[in-house]
Design a protein around this ligand. Structure first.
Ligand code: GLU
Length: 489
């Protein structure tokens, strides 16, 4: 049971406990991740506890691979639960125990209807224009007369009246009980159904807030009846609007409903993904950019809008760029390391990455971009020069200035390899040969990086270090010389 806080005999509130309860039948996609995020944030902002429950009762469709992918996705997003993961399948006996208690108390019954009989019943209802539902024909059978016939256990759902709850997001929701039929609690193979397992587990884990997608709204009246029959306390419910694509359709793969780890591979930062998911339907003044710490103190599901939210990849990309820009270099080290590793580049270590990162933060919308842009700093030699760049920026009259720059840079002492000395040297070559900055900078950049884009040319030289810069300029001179000869022929 959840601990109760008692003050002078007055129960003021139950400590908030919320859970994320994914079924491990696939990866953690962006919609599921949003549920996990909201559970986490609401709990953090209200002094609550988060529980992770893996709902693996469907043994056919559940897999360890999916469990691992869910855990990894949550870890990446920074949503490590306070408790769990717990596995629902481990509570099998407890689910059955509660179903049998209901049976013994006359609140549930054995149903021996065969599949054929149920099909015929539904067919008849359809023909009469009635919504197909179980008609309760086994409710009043004498249990003693059933013998060992194969059976399921059904719940005696109240047949009159209504059930209602105050949803923290949707407002009051009501269902007429006559819309609900007697739901199966235990199948004929003795496996508990979703509704039974969820209700028993939520109770046993002391869950006080059930936060989930609005696709579960139709389960809630059934779960409320069930928990009342079992004598449990009712948790609060909050059903989140689902995500939709720009075309209004429910979010699917083509809209970006892919694994959150796919977002990692595409170079998104967890802070940006979290920020974006929260801003879909939640706001705090007109602030757009939130750190995780801010969200962990400000978020409240009660302030979520009710309408479906549109997932917009462009906006996410923009936000990612903003987060990259605003991040402390330290906070980008681990994500950049991960991407460098994927590119097969040798990681130069934390210290070096911390130095490199600030030179790229302004220029990148994704971490993939950053890893590609700083690649030239992490490889030994340039093997490929941008052909178009060489054609456009290299000409025979640049050979002597480049050579001169190379000699002058080489003459600098390692200890004076700093911004002012590099700038001074560069300037002296420009003056000596009466050249404009752009004319010399691009061929130098091509020699140093193989490309025509990099941080400022002085910065690029500085970052490379004297030895590497000079050897690349030398190699570039040879390459350009040969390229010009080939062009001439
Ligand atoms: N396991 C269910 C799902 O993945 C969630 C159940 C719930 O949150 O009550 O959809």
């Amino acid at each position: 049971m959840a601990p109760k806080i008692l003050t002078k005999g007055l129960k003021i509130s139950m400590a908030l406990r919320t859970r994320f309860a994914p079924s491990p039948t696939g990866f953690l996609h962006i919609g599921g991740a949003r549920t996990a995020l909201f559970c986490h944030l609401h709990a953090r902002a209200h002094g609550g506890t988060t529980v992770l429950r893996i709902e693996d009762t469907d043994r056919q469709r559940s897999s360890q691979e999916a469990v691992d992918a869910i855990l990894e996705g949550m870890r990446w997003m920074g949503l490590t639960p306070d408790e769990g993961p717990f596995f629902q399948s481990a509570h099998h006996a407890r689910h059955l125990e509660e179903a049998h208690r209901l049976l013994a108390e006359g609140k549930a019954y054995r149903c021996i209807c065969s599949v054929e009989e149920l099909d015929a019943m539904r067919e008849e209802q359809r023909n009469k224009g009635i919504k197909p539902r179980y008609d309760g024909r086994c409710r009043d059978r004498d249990p003693a007369a059933l013998g060992s016939a194969p059976s399921v256990i059904r719940f005696k759902t109240p047949q009159t009246g209504e059930v209602a709850w105050d949803d923290m997001i949707q407002g009051t929701i009501r269902f007429d009980n006559n819309e609900l039929d007697d739901l199966i609690l235990v199948r004929s193979d003795h496996s508990p159904t979703y509704n039974l397992a969820v209700v028993v587990d939520d109770h046993d884990m002391g869950i006080t807030l059930v936060l989930r997608g609005e696709d579960h709204i139709s389960n809630t009246p059934r779960q409320i009846h069930l928990l009342e029959a079992l004598g449990y306390q009712r948790p609060q419910y909050a059903h989140m609007p689902l995500l939709h694509g720009a075309d209004g359709a429910k979010l699917s793969k083509r809209h970006g409903a892919v694994s959150v780890l796919h977002y990692r591979e595409s170079g998104f930062l967890p802070a940006a993904v979290n920020n974006y998911l929260v801003r879909l339907g939640w706001s705090h003044g007109d602030q757009e950019i939130f750190t995780m710490q801010e969200l962990e103190s400000l978020f409240d599901v009660r302030r979520l809008g009710r309408s479906a939210t549109i997932f917009n990849m462009e906006k996410l990309l923009w936000l990612n760029g903003q987060h990259i820009r605003a991040a402390k270099p330290d906070d980008l080290v681990s994500e950049l390391s991960w991407h460098l590793n994927r590119l097969g580049l040798t990681n130069p270590g934390q210290e070096r990455l911390r130095t490199i990162i600030p030179h790229f933060q302004e220029r990148c919308k994704t971490m993939v971009e950053m890893s590609e842009k700083c690649r030239f700093l992490l490889i030994d030699t340039i093997h490929h020069y941008d052909e178009e760049g060489v054609r456009r920026h290299v000409s025979p009259d640049l050979h002597r200035p480049l050579e001169s720059l190379c000699t002058k840079l080489e003459a600098l002492d390692e200890s004076t390899w700093d911004h002012p000395s590099i700038e001074h040297t560069f300037k002296s070559v420009l003056e000596e040969f009466q050249l404009k900055m752009g004319k010399l900078a691009q061929p130098v950049r091509l020699a140093l990086t193989g490309t025509t884009t990099s941080p400022g040319i002085h910065e690029t030289l500085l970052l490379l270090g004297r030895a590497k810069a000079v050897s690349r300029l030398k190699a570039g001179l040879i390459f350009f010389h040969n390229a010009l000869r080939t062009q001439a022929n």
